[in-house]
Design a protein. Structure first.
Length: 294
C-alpha cells in the first residue's frame, strides 16, 4: 500500500470530507478524491460511503483507519525517541493549552525558551478543545482541569485565582459595585452556555450575591473574548488574575470577592517520560512560575 495515499486516507477519515482534508494537506479536493479512489482500487474495497453531507467509513475503511492510526502513532514515538539520542534537546515539541492561558501568559514567555533551545522545533496549539495526547495530537498539555485521559503523567503547576474586573470607562459611567448584591445592577459578561466551559463554575458571577436571576449583557465562548469585551467597556467580567497586566485599563472590583480557584496541570504521555524536550520545558515553566510569584 502506498504510504502517501494512506496518509491522505487517514486525514480524510479524520476530517470527514475531501474538501476539509485538502485544506489541511494543501491539496485540491479533486486531488484528494483521486488518491482515495486509487487506494480503494488497489485494495478492491470501498473505504467510504459518500453522502451529500460528507463521508462515512465503511466497515473495511474503519479497519484500515484504526490500523493506519496505530502505525502513525508508533512512528511518532520512534521519531521522538530517535531525536532524543543527541546530547542537547532537539526535534519537534507540540504544546497545547487554552486560548486564554496561551495568549496572555504563555506566548510572551516562549521567546526565551526558543532562544535557550534553538534546536527544539516548538509548536503551540491554542484551543479550548482537549486534544488527544495519547494519539500524539500534541506532546504536552497545560490543562486547567485534571486530565481525564488514562496513561498520562500529570504534575500540578499552580493555582490560578479569579476576580471581577471592569474597564475604567465602564466604572466611571455605571459606578463601582460596593457589595456582591450590587452586581444585579451591572452589565455582566459571562461564558457562553452552548459549549462546555473550560473550568467548573466559570459563571459564578451570575450567582454571587444575587437576589434574582441575572441576565448577562453578553455571552462569549472564550475567556480571551470575555477579556477583550471587558476591556472595551461593555461590563464586568470574572477573569483570571494572570490575564491582567499592570498597564491595561481594567480595574479589580470587590477585591475581597474571589471566584473559584483554577488548577493548572502539566500533562504528557507515559512514553515521553524520559524525553529531554519534555523535561527542559517543564523546568522552564516552573522557573517562570516562580519568577511571577516573586
Amino acid at each position: 500500500m502506498d504510504w502517501d495515499r494512506l496518509r491522505i486516507f487517514h486525514d480524510v477519515a479524520d476530517a470527514g470530507s475531501f474538501t476539509h482534508a485538502g485544506a489541511t494537506l494543501n491539496l485540491s479536493q479533486s486531488a484528494v478524491s483521486r488518491q482515495v479512489s486509487a487506494l480503494e482500487d488497489s485494495l478492491s474495497v470501498k473505504l467510504f460511503h459518500r453522502h451529500a453531507r460528507g463521508l462515512i467509513l465503511t466497515e473495511q475503511g474503519e479497519l484500515l483507519y484504526q490500523t493506519v492510526k496505530d502505525v502513525f502513532h508508533k512512528l511518532a514515538i520512534v521519531e521522538s525517541q530517535l531525536s532524543e539520542t543527541r546530547e542537547n534537546p532537539t526535534g519537534p515539541l507540540k504544546v497545547t493549552t487554552t486560548v486564554s492561558f496561551g495568549s496572555t501568559w504563555l506566548t510572551p514567555r516562549i521567546k526565551e525558551f526558543i532562544e535557550m533551545y534553538p534546536e527544539v522545533d516548538f509548536s503551540l496549539i491554542l484551543t479550548d478543545t482537549e486534544l488527544d495526547l495519547g494519539m500524539r495530537q500534541a506532546d504536552i498539555g497545560i490543562r486547567l482541569t485534571p486530565p481525564r485521559q488514562p496513561d498520562l503523567i500529570q504534575r500540578h503547576l499552580l493555582a490560578l485565582s479569579t476576580h471581577i474586573y471592569g474597564a475604567k470607562q465602564y466604572l466611571d459611567e455605571h459606578g463601582v459595585p460596593k457589595t456582591a448584591k450590587d452586581l444585579d445592577d451591572h452589565n455582566l459578561i459571562v461564558y457562553g452556555h452552548d459549549v462546555p466551559p473550560p473550568v467548573p463554575s466559570v459563571n459564578w458571577l451570575l450567582d454571587a450575591g444575587a437576589t434574582a436571576p441575572r441576565r448577562p449583557a453578553l455571552r462569549v465562548n472564550n475567556i480571551y473574548g470575555i477579556y477583550r469585551a471587558a476591556r472595551s467597556g461593555l461590563g464586568l467580567a470574572s477573569l483570571p488574575d494572570y490575564m491582567i497586566p499592570d498597564d491595561v485599563n481594567l480595574v479589580k472590583v470587590l477585591p475581597d470577592l474571589a471566584g473559584p480557584s483554577i488548577q493548572a496541570y502539566f500533562v504528557y504521555p507515559e512514553e515521553l517520560r524520559h524525553s529531554k524536550r519534555i523535561a527542559v520545558f517543564r523546568d522552564f515553566l516552573l522557573q517562570k512560575i516562580a519568577e511571577s510569584r516573586s
